[in-house]
Design a protein around this ligand. Structure first.
Ligand code: SF4
Ligand code: SF4
Length: 357
């Protein structure tokens, strides 16, 4: 049931539209990385036709960014066709995270090169010895060779890395790699406990409470190094919170609350829809109802309000409200240029100012 405060916000979602749709496309993977449990999931891939119809619906709703997600997305043979379809109907940004190993399948890169809105983000966790220790022998060389090939074919690319005990001393090497490959923007996010295998050696990946200051200082040095090398760390805004997140499990919130549920819809492998990647609550299932009815329903509205009021569980990932963590003067200006912040201003004028007058 909606609270009285929520009733004042009944229009919260009407007139608004999602910026992006995330769809989980597979739980299959060609690797068995030590820090990951997702390759153990055994769910059926959603059918090709269902994915296309979801893209149509999301586009009609207003989404222009597509974030396919899952384990290794190129395990799907129809992946290039799905991406090409999204591009063709008008999605302007498509971000695919991959371990990079399957990209050299015959003819695949040529197909990907024709998809103008596509960005491929390859996971690299450290130099060869660290990456291969976590992911398997020879994985680093193959991933980097394919990153080079993406560049040679003019495909936009990036690197994603995870801050964890085995990698924290080697992240500057990722900056070096990006610089060498002429990759301007990379993403570095903290290790998520819910990504870990329950039976993994937690001490091998996580940090002790007495290491908080050490972690914070290492990340400060990393940011400084990246600036010197002119490599942008997309997740820079969240870095000052990473040490307490990793060491104490503290989930911070952007100063103005999280806007992710107002910008995105996340459809999991079973068709259940969530307001973000971190909240498991199901807002409806796309096999039973339309995306627009889920976008406008009370469950979504309540979760969106909770996120803005910092009453959700919180999280700290590359998919968190990274822009919302901007606090510098220049950054604030950039933040207000952001579509979500414009929406927030409209929201405050429409719903909160009248209450205060
Ligand atoms: S981390 Fe990625 S590549 Fe490695 S097993 Fe998990 S899903 Fe596969
Ligand atoms: S802070 Fe994290 S958990 Fe909360 S709504 Fe935003 S993305 Fe979801």
């Amino acid at each position: 049931m909606l609270s009285p405060a929520s009733n004042n916000r009944r229009d919260l979602l009407s007139g608004s539209s999602p910026d992006s749709i995330a769809i989980q496309l597979t739980t299959r993977c060609n690797l068995r990385c030590k820090m990951c449990r997702f390759w153990k999931l055994q769910a059926k891939d959603p059918p090709y036709e269902k994915i296309l119809s979801l893209l149509d619906e999301a586009y009609e709703l207003g989404a222009r960014r597509f974030d396919p997600y899952g384990t290794e997305l190129f395990m799907r043979e129809d992946m290039p066709e799905i991406l090409a379809y999204a591009d063709r109907i008008g999605f302007r940004e498509i971000y695919v995270v991959s371990n990079g190993l399957l990209l050299n399948r015959p003819g695949l890169i040529e197909k990907l090169a024709a998809i103008k809105s596509l960005v491929i983000i390859v996971s690299v966790d450290g130099p060869k010895s660290i990456h291969d220790e976590l992911r398997g022998n020879g994985v680093f060389d193959r991933a980097v060779a394919n990153l080079r090939e993406l560049g040679r074919m003019g495909i936009k690319r990036s690197i994603a890395s995870i801050i964890m005990r085995p990698t924290i001393d080697h992240l500057q090497k990722i900056v070096d790699l990006a610089s060498e490959l002429k990759i301007e923007v990379i993403s570095i996010q903290p290790f998520c406990l819910d990504l870990a295998q329950p039976d993994c050696d937690h001490a091998a990946f996580e940090f002790r409470p007495d290491e908080k200051k050490i972690v914070a200082n290492k990340l400060k040095d990393l940011l400084k190094y990246a600036r010197q090398k002119h490599v942008i760390i997309y997740t820079e805004n969240i870095m000052k919170h990473v040490a307490s997140y990793l060491v104490e499990g503290t989930n911070p919130f952007p100063p103005r609350g999280c806007h992710i549920p107002l910008k995105t819809l996340v459809v999991d492998i079973n068709g259940n829809v969530h307001p973000c990647f971190a909240i498991s609550k199901n807002m409806g299932n796309v096999n039973e109802m339309s995306l627009s009815s889920i976008w406008l329903n009370d469950i979504h509205r309540e979760l969106a309000i909770a996120a803005m009021e910092k009453k959700c569980p919180g999280c700290l990932r590359a998919c968190s409200d990274v822009e919302g963590f901007n606090t510098g003067i220049n950054n604030q200006f950039r933040h207000f240029a952001d579509r979500s912040a414009k929406w927030a201003v409209r929201y405050v004028k429409k719903h909160l100012l009248p209450l205060n007058n």
